[in-house]
Design a protein around this ligand. Structure first.
Ligand code: CIR
Length: 280
């Protein structure tokens, strides 16, 4: 199972200058995104992937017409040498796929384009939790059941398990993989707990669940096995999340990297959103 997480390349995309303004326009009540700090935090994220963990980083330029383009995770699902370019669930994000499609093609991945398979299918990669044995898919305001069928056709070697998302943006807004076979789950609210129970109930493979009584974002992390370091986890700063701190520290033989993504979190971004990890 480990082989699916032995990453050597990360695709990231620069933050568009239009992001803070667009975020403010869409939700004037939310706290404003600080542009300078966003860039600093994103640079640090890229630095951890490249210089600490030792991945090759392919950095796509921003497109000012696409304010959310930094969230590359949503536009492709990659497992091994196969890539599915999604049709993101929000219209404003669908233009982001062009650059990703070209990039994945240039890197030599075996491409499937979702809209060519089913024009009704909608999928944000933030709704996809690949465990190495199974593909869990959040059926959310961004992702529909047709997308589950396309995933099953594209990756027939893995069972696809739909999970209803009733609160928050995506499946990975409250959970992620912390090592093969171990899923970290927030249980902060009754709605989140219910979704977590569904994951446990519907999972087709056996997992260990680490449950934390912290915000969903604390459970969103990157699990990477690199040639340079072996297993590493990039997680949010844990001062505010004592339960998650305990959970991450309980994992043995893993290097932990704290990475602050608080500016992008104001627009529902988490750590997994900002990269696509490749084993090729
Ligand atoms: C959106 O609403 O699409 C963006 N503001 C946030 C996307 C975050 N992506 C992710 O969690 N995978």
């Amino acid at each position: 199972m480990d082989e699916y997480f032995k990453y050597n390349t990360a695709i990231v995309r620069k933050v568009a200058k239009s992001l803070p303004e667009e975020a403010q326009r869409q939700s004037p009540e939310s706290s404003p995104v600080d542009w300078e700090n966003t860039i600093k935090q994103h640079d640090n994220y890229v630095n951890i992937l490249r210089n600490e963990i030792g991945l090759k980083v392919v950095e796509l330029p921003a497109d000012e017409e696409l304010p959310d383009c930094v969230f590359v995770e949503d536009v492709a699902v990659v497992i091994g040498n196969k890539a599915l370019v999604t049709t993101p669930g929000h219209k404003s994000r669908q233009g982001e796929t062009d650059a990703m499609r070209k990039c994945l093609h240039d890197l030599g991945l075996n491409l499937t384009i979702m809209k060519d398979m089913d024009s009704e299918a909608l999928l944000d990669g933030g709704d996809v939790l690949f465990t190495g044995q199974e593909i869990m898919v959040g059926v959310s305001s961004r992702t529909n059941r047709s997308a589950c069928a396309v995933l099953a056709q594209t990756f027939p070697e893995f069972p696809v398990t739909p999970i209803e998302i009733k609160s928050g943006l995506h499946l990975k807004s409250f959970c992620s993989l912390v090592s093969p076979g171990v899923i970290l789950l927030s249980k902060k609210t009754a709605e989140i707990q219910k979704m977590g129970e569904n994951i446990k109930l519907l999972a087709k493979k056996k997992y260990q669940f680490l449950e934390v009584d912290d915000e969903g974002v604390s459970a969103n992390c990157l699990y990477i096995i690199s040639e340079k370091l072996g297993p590493s986890i990039v997680h949010p700063p844990l001062e505010k999340y004592p339960d998650s701190k305990k959970a991450y520290k309980s994992l043995s033989g893993v290097r932990l990297f704290s990475c602050d993504c608080s500016e992008l979190a104001k627009v529902d971004g988490a750590l997994t959103c900002c990269s696509i990890l490749l084993t090729i």
